[in-house]
Write a protein that binds this ligand. Structure first.
Ligand code: ARG
Ligand code: ZN
Length: 497
């Protein structure tokens, strides 16, 4: 009786709440970070993006970028305001058509206060107009925007979006993309996915790229410059578009001799990982002086330095393996980086094996034997390396060693079932190292907690089993590197900011 009497007043209060302004009780600000312990300010809380439509105009001579970003999102709480991660100068923000107020905060937060609160579950359209010279902007003292002699490149990890589009910058919030870029005639603009249109008018050309499967912000790329474009198709029928800067100098031949094998490598990888998950493929090599490569979705970025000593198919294998391990299945938090780098590195070992350049087992034994127990290499835990060691050699090499150890432990049949099953299990989603452990246990039917603890979460050198001890007969002798090793090492050359 008593209880029933309370009901009408609760309902009245609830309906009142819907009518009152954003600042009122119940509508609260979205968090300035998505909750990643490695990078607390990265990403944002309170909304989830489904699509970015970017209309950009870029001038290579001045590095000026003008843009309008239309972001389709859903509020995940009753929102009074929310953040985007961004560094350029904003002139206007509209939310659901109405002008919103905005301010900057912290290192890279654009704080948007809509005129009205946004009810949980409702669709939200955010339009941000902006401009700026990206090379003049930095956060935490660094910039990942790379100007080139004839353009610019945005391709880095985990930060690259802040310099060219406002976003919820974390892999947990994947979205589809339309990227339209206007550049001077004679200059090309490269991005992810399929080129839907290319139009020239009044001295400028606009390129419309579409990436229509969920894509993490750091996997969204932009390259402007003078490129030679090549096209093809994989055996499975996926269209390939590659782009090579006209300014690669001595590295041009080796770059093409590597990246032109993209279709063949993707077909080969699909034998291990299942069907290629996207509807476009390729690679691009701009005239940048950075040293690394990046698995930008559908179209990896390669530094010309990767090809300085001749063709390097290893790096192509690595970046294409990420299309399954990293892009299709993205990490839940940056601490899960082993799922990306361990498996992309292990794919290089499988390629080496298929080319007769050293088996995965030989490469594993080499990594094991070439780092003595007191080497700092073993202090990095691939399963939780810490933000400072996110791209440490150990994440790649000890990470791949752990995967070979898993193969030994569960046997080839279960191992290759896991390798192929994982991308299907989490297609277009996110997963963690803990999810992988559970999956490997489920498929192999073996308890693996202690195994993963040793190989991924112990800051010291795991003991060699009897079989490995027998293989690496003289523990003091200098181990001999398999033929593929130099290329594999180069594939993860990182020049960090
Ligand atoms: N995921 C990239 C790769 O190994 C690593 C890029 C790291 N680069 C950097 N500047 N932090 O393919
Ligand atoms: Zn990688």
């Amino acid at each position: 009786m008593h209880r029933r009497l309370i009901v009408p007043s609760v309902l009245a209060a609830a309906s009142l709440l819907l009518a009152i302004p954003a600042s009122a009780a119940g509508f609260t600000p979205g968090a300035p970070g998505i909750g990643d312990p490695y990078y607390p300010a990265y990403g944002n809380g309170g909304y989830d993006v489904s699509h970015y439509d970017l209309k950009l105009k870029y001038q290579p001579s001045t590095d000026r970028l003008d843009g309008t970003a239309t972001i389709l999102a859903t509020a995940t709480q009753d929102l009074s305001r929310f953040d985007l991660d961004f560094l350029l100068d904003v002139s206007e923000v509209r939310v659901n058509g109405a002008k919103a107020s905005f301010a900057t905060s912290g290192q890279h937060e654009l704080v948007v206060t809509p005129a009205k609160g946004l009810a949980k579950g409702s669709a939200v359209t955010i339009v941000v107009r902006y401009s700026g010279v990206p090379s003049t902007k930095s956060a935490y003292g660094f910039s990942t925007w790379h100007r080139t002699p004839d353009g610019a490149v945005a391709a880095d990890e985990p930060e690259s979006a802040w310099w060219w589009f406002p976003s919820n910058d974390h892999p947990l919030d994947k979205a589809t993309y339309d990227v339209s870029v206007s550049v001077p005639d004679g200059t090309q603009a490269i991005s992810n996915g399929v080129l839907k249109a290319q139009r020239s008018q009044l001295g400028r050309t606009t390129y419309n790229w579409r990436s229509d499967k969920p894509q993490a912000t750091y996997l969204t790329t932009l390259a402007v410059g003078k490129f030679d474009i090549t096209t093809g198709t994989t055996e499975a029928g996926v269209p390939i578009t590659n782009a090579y800067s006209k300014d690669l100098g001595d590295n041009a031949g080796a770059a093409r001799a590597s990246v032109e094998r993209t279709g063949e490598v993707a077909d080969w990888l699909s034998g291990y990982f299942g069907p290629y998950p996207f509807n476009a493929l390729g690679g691009y090599v701009p005239n940048t002086d950075t040293g690394y490569a990046l698995e930008t979705q559908t179209r990896p970025f390669y530094s010309p330095k990767q090809f300085a000593n001749g063709a390097n198919v290893s790096v192509v294998v690595h970046e294409l393996a990420h299309q399954w391990y990293g892009d299709d299945v993205s990490l839940k938090g940056w601490k899960d980086i082993w799922i990306n780098e361990g498996f992309a590195s292990y794919a290089e070992w499988l390629w080496s094996e298929s080319q007769g350049d050293g088996t995965a087992q030989e490469l594993a034994d080499y990594v094991y034997a070439s780092h003595p127990a007191d080497d700092a290499f073993w202090t990095v835990k691939p399963g939780d390396p810490g933000a400072a060691n996110q791209f440490d050699d150990a994440v790649y090499d000890r990470g791949a060693l752990a995967i070979q150890a898993l193969r030994d432990k569960v046997g080839d049949t279960a191992f290759f079932k896991i390798l192929k099953g994982w991308p299907a299990e989490h297609a277009y989603g996110n997963a963690s190292v803990a999810d992988f452990e559970k999956y490997a246990e489920q498929v192999s039917g073996k308890p693996l907690a202690a195994f993963f603890d040793t190989w991924l979460f112990t800051p010291s050198k795991p003991a060699a089993g009897a079989a490995r001890q027998a293989r690496i007969a003289h523990p003091d002798a200098r181990p001999v590197a398999p033929k593929s090793w130099q290329r594999i090492e180069r594939a993860h050359t990182v020049h960090d900011h």
